[in-house]
Design a protein around this ligand. Structure first.
Ligand code: NAD
Ligand code: WQD
Length: 368
């Protein structure tokens, strides 16, 4: 049974809530800190329904360093942080870059300062495949390995690279300071994982936990789900003139449960092997085109979903497929669920929770 508690910032959000669930199921104690900007506290009720345990919750803004510090003071057994809290809309980041730098970069600085102050020494960070930018600009970089040069093409991606760099610098400084003081054990305690995820997809197989963004979705699968429920009359396919097998862009869709397990494995790794800071891709290694995704989700729904080809979306790239072999080897982690699983689970969540977390979970699913 793991000792110590884990602080999960952004833990009521999509990926954070599934990771909190995975941590609780693995026996960790979990403290969630979130300002509910893009999520609902109902996600914590659903976690409890599924696993019988509930994370502690602090409704705070990570850029409020005093409030964040109080969370560390109130939980002296924290020894690790998984840091999800962020703004994440690529397009919006071009319109409001300062908000993105404030929440993502300054919020991470507040968090790192609290960690140093309270000697909380392990951090798992939500990075993104977006840090690679267009990997097709290099020869032989698809699938994308962690060694691919970074080159984000939008302010959101720039904030992720900046935070990755800050984490490396802070952990190295903590390790160097402890080494100079001839305290090897203290040096080894400071470790970080930069998890670069590809495209998260799907929901909990129970049908009671899924993605519930507060505004208009902009990702492919939530938009397709709205076409399936009739909230949207068609999906616009952004470009069919890419050099892919059917002309549409290729992405690596990873089931949310596999992604959550990846965080658990990364945390376990940091706590046992003292690697300093390491970056790992979390993806399946298999790319799917937009048309393949429409077909896969249509199969889950049981009817063809309407789409129309539109011009390319600015900033989109041809192919973001991961090479996850480093995480497979070092973390002993592998994405196990299929695209069909992700589509089936997403559809079960969508049709049973048309108002997301703004409604009670369906009682027949609770009994299942
Ligand atoms: P999400 O919006 O569902 O979760 C983010 C959470 O952070 C939300 O609950 C939100 O309320 C919270 N938050 C935002 N600003 C905050 C603040 N100032 N203080 C406290 N809490 C705050 O998004 P998600 O998809 O779960 O993404 C989680 C992390 O993973 C983010 O860092 C995101 O950049 C990263 N990521 C997401 C994807 C993706 O496609 N979903 C891909 C790669 C990386
Ligand atoms: C997937 C594919 C679109 C909507 C984004 C961020 C990335 C990461 C994951 C956070 C693309 C196409 C989409 C639509 C379409 N997030 N599409 N019609 O752009 O790969 O990645 O989310 O870190 O950083 O950039 O995801 O789901 O928006 O798009 O044709 O209405 O679907 O062009 O090829 P993307 P997405």
């Amino acid at each position: 049974m793991p000792t110590g508690s884990v602080l999960v910032t952004g833990g009521t959000g999509y990926i954070g809530s599934f990771t909190a669930l995975a941590l609780l199921e693995a026996g960790y104690k979990v403290v969630v800190a979130d300002n509910l900007y893009n999520s609902s506290v109902e996600s914590l009720n659903r976690i409890e329904l599924i696993c019988g345990k509930r994370p502690e919750f602090a409704q705070i803004d990570i850029t409020d360093e005093e409030a964040l510090d109080k969370v560390f003071q109130d939980h002296p057994d924290l020894d690790s942080v998984i840091h999800f809290a962020a703004l994440k809309a690529v397009g919006e980041s071009g319109e409001r870059p300062l908000d993105y730098y404030h929440v993502n970069v300054y919020g991470s600085i507040c968090l790192l300062r609290c960690m140093v102050r309270h000697n909380v020494t392990n951090i798992v960070f939500s990075s993104s495949a977006t840090v690679y930018g267009d990997a097709t600009r290099f020869p032989n970089m698809i699938p994308i390995p962690e060694s691919c040069p970074l080159g984000p093409t939008n302010p959101y991606g720039n904030t992720k690279v900046t935070i990755e760099t800050a984490i490396v610098d802070v952990i190295n400084a903590q390790r160097n300071n402890a080494t100079k003081a001839e305290n090897v054990a203290e040096a080894e305690k400071w470790n970080g994982a930069l998890l670069r995820y590809f495209n998260p997809a799907g929901a909990h197989p129970s049908g009671i936990m899924g993605e519930d963004p507060q505004g208009v979705p902009y990702n492919l699968l939530p938009l397709l789900a709205q076409v399936a429920t009739g909230q949207r009359d068609r999906l616009l396919v952004f470009g069919d003139d890419y050099t892919s097998r059917d002309g549409t862009a290729i992405r690596d869709y990873i089931h949310i449960l596999d992604l959550a397990t990846g965080h658990l494995q990364a945390l376990n790794y940091l706590r046992s092997y003292h690697p300093g800071v390491r970056a790992w891709n979390l993806g399946t290694g298999k790319g799917s085109t937009v048309l393949e995704m429409i077909r896969a989700f249509s199969a889950a729904v049981g009817r063809d979903l309407t789409y129309e080809v539109a011009p390319r979306r600015p900033g989109d790239v041809l192919d973001l497929t991961s090479d996850p072999s480093l995480a497979n080897k070092e973390l002993g982690w592998k994405a196990e669920r299929t695209l069909e699983d992700a589509c089936d689970d997403l559809w079960r969540w969508t049709k049973n929770n048309p108002r997301g977390y703004r409604q009670e979970p369906p009682s027949d699913l609770l009994k299942a």
